[in-house]
Write a protein that binds this ligand. Sequence first.
Ligand code: SF4
Length: 327
Amino acid sequence: MLEVEQILLAGNRGPCGGVNMSLQATREVLAIVSGRERVYTNNEIVHNVPVMEELYGQGLVNFENDWDKVEDNSVVLFSAHGVSPRMHEIAQAKNCLTIDVTCQLVTRQHTLVKKAAADGLDVIYAGVDGHPETMGVMGEIPDDKLTLVQNIEEARKVIVPDTQQAVLYSQTTLSTFEIREIQEEMRGRSNVAVPNRWDICYATDNRQAAVDELLPFVDFVIVVGSRKSHNSQMLKERASQKVKAYSIDRPDEIDIDWFVDGIRRVGLTSGASVEERFFVDTLEWFKLKNPNIQIKQMPEVKAEPVKIFALPQKDINLLKARYGEAA
Ligand code: SF4
């Protein structure tokens, strides 16, 4: 029998308002189209393997930003991570009907970066090279107006000429430790503005803080979340600073040998791109392996009253109109 005696459940975990909106909108789109034509997405709607497998099974096609794979006049979803203006232009040129399920907090970043450039500022952007959110934001302004920094070492090397003013913005799902360091570095520059409000979204911030709350009481942490999910990997990285931590998509990835050597208390959390049912499956795995296991729910570090952001209703109504259905 499993020797783990207690499971502590993170107070803030699981899907955020943006992910719930993106997934609900995608499911609505697939239901409206109902197999009458292909529904494309430029990228994984959210970085979650099991949920994407379900959506692909329901007819969603990921064209991985390769427009050659998309016929003119198609129905195209833009993922929760957002896309560059160029992607919208191509969709328009191909006469595609787009449903934009970008999280509103990512859209905010696009707006800030565009405004900075319009005001004559350079942008120093902390983000992960190649991550879809970063690619989308970077596409908003000319390359020579934005400097991408991926860590504190790169931030230290940034040179902003004395004649130029810059502002620091970031990807929404970075580590709060890391962004604090980068902010400190930039505060030391007289010509770089560091906004008081950081760009880490509430879901990332709260889930990382909730892991911090778990750590004094556990010997091990499991993060339910995909390897591609940056916010999930940041939770794993956070936990790994104190205890052993793994990320999984499903409980069948758990290796019982992880819990030898006196592991008695396990912390359980999930990334912002993970629906609660996947978390529950993992909890059930532990209950099955040890029916006497104690389960302790940790308090929320911060209440999250908004469970779902506003759906892109205008886009959805246009899709309904395509089939002569009332909005
Ligand atoms: S993790 Fe944050 S930025 Fe990403 S979808 Fe959720 S709320 Fe939006």
